[in-house]
Design a protein around this ligand. Structure first.
Ligand code: ZN
Ligand code: ZN
Ligand code: ZN
Ligand code: ZN
Length: 289
C-alpha cells in the first residue's frame, strides 16, 4: 500500500551563491538559510511550508517515509505499529482524525470515507436506482424491483463469510414452483455494514448481476466465470465514476490475485473489451457461458 520514498533533509548554509531570495516568500534571505532540492528558503518558511511532515506524529520527515496514494506521508517507523490505512481509499489514517474500526475488525474507515457510508433505507434505494440506471445504459434489464436489500453486520446463518474475506455482499435467490408449473423468484441481497457509497454501489452492482443471472436461471458453471461476470457490475460502477477513489478501487480489481474474483474478472473484462456490453450480454444469455 502506498510507496516507500526517501526525503533528503534540507541543509543549513551561510555563504551566498546565486539568488538571494527565499523560494517560498520571495523576500531576501538573512544570514542563514536552508537549501532543499536545490532551492533556498528562510529557515521558518522551510519549516512551516516546505518541510515534509508526518501525518501521524506531525514531526519533520527526513529519510525514509511512506507515501499513500493521496500524497499523505508517514515515518516508516510507525508502519505496522501505528500506521492505519483506510480499508477503502487506502489513505493513511491520522490517529487524531475521526475514524472507525468495524466491530469485527474487518475494515478501518477514514474520516472522509466515513462521511459517505450507506446505512439508511433511502440511501439504499438511491443506490439501487443509480445502479439500475447504469445497467439500463449498457443493456442489462429484467432485474426486478422487488429485490430485498439489507445491510448486515455479518451474513445471516454464517459465523464467517462463506466465500472468504474478499466479498462484502451475498445474494440468495429462492425459486418457488407452483403446481401449475409457474415460477416465482425471490431475491435477497445482504451487504456488510460500513461501506462508503462508491464501494456500496459496486458491491450492490455485483450482487444485482447475481440476481440477473438467477432471474434467468443462467448457470455459468464455474465460480470464476460467475464471480468474474458479476464483478463487471463493480467495474461498471468504478469506471463510470471519475473520482480518484474509483480509480484506486478499479486498480485494486485489476491487481486482485484471487483466482475467482481477480483472474475470473480479468477474463470477463477481456471478453467485454472485445465484444462490448451488448454482445457479451447476449453471449451469456443465450449460450450460458
Ligand atoms: Zn521566506
Ligand atoms: Zn511520524
Ligand atoms: Zn478512506
Ligand atoms: Zn458474487
Amino acid at each position: 500500500m502506498g510507496k516507500l520514498v526517501i526525503n533528503f533533509p534540507g541543509k543549513k548554509k551561510n555563504h551566498k551563491t546565486g539568488s538571494n531570495t527565499c523560494e517560498y516568500c520571495g523576500s531576501a534571505l538573512g544570514s542563514e538559510w536552508i537549501v532543499y532540492r536545490e532551492k533556498k528558503y528562510h529557515p521558518l518558511c522551510f519549516e512551516n511550508h516546505i518541510q515534509l511532515k508526518c501525518l501521524i506524529c506531525g514531526k519533520a520527515i527526513n529519510g525514509e517515509y511512506y507515501e499513500d496514494e493521496w500524497g499523505n506521508m508517514a515515518h516508516v517507523e510507525h508502519n505496522g505499529k501505528k500506521t492505519k490505512h483506510c480499508s477503502f481509499c487506502t489513505r493513511i489514517i491520522n490517529d487524531k482524525e475521526k475514524n472507525l474500526v468495524l466491530s469485527d475488525g474487518r475494515n478501518k474507515i477514514c474520516s472522509i470515507c466515513l462521511e459517505s457510508v450507506i446505512f439508511s433505507r433511502e440511501q439504499i434505494e438511491i443506490s439501487f436506482q443509480y445502479v439500475i440506471s447504469l445497467f439500463d445504459k449498457v443493456g442489462f434489464n429484467g432485474i426486478p424491483d422487488s429485490v430485498k436489500i439489507r445491510i448486515v453486520s455479518k451474513f445471516q446463518g454464517s459465523e464467517k463469510n462463506p466465500l472468504g474475506s474478499h466479498t462484502s455482499g451475498i445474494t440468495k435467490t429462492r425459486i418457488i414452483t407452483y403446481s401449475n408449473g409457474r415460477k416465482k423468484r425471490e431475491h435477497e441481497i445482504e451487504i456488510l455494514e460500513g461501506l462508503p457509497s462508491i464501494e456500496f454501489n459496486a458491491v450492490l452492482a455485483h450482487e444485482l448481476l447475481h440476481v440477473w443471472l438467477n432471474e434467468q436461471e443462467i448457470n455459468l458453471v464455474t465460480n470464476a466465470k460467475t464471480e468474474g461476470f458479476c464483478n463487471l457490475g463493480a467495474y461498471l460502477v468504478y469506471s463510470t465514476d471519475s473520482s480518484k477513489l474509483s480509480e484506486i478501487l478499479l486498480q485494486r480489481m485489476y491487481k486482485n490475485y484471487d483466482l475467482i474474483y481477480g483472474a475470473g474478472f480479468r477474463n470477463m473484462l477481456g471478453r467485454l473489451k472485445k465484444s462490448g456490453w451488448k454482445s457479451l450480454i447476449n453471449e451469456i444469455k443465450f449460450s450460458g457461458k
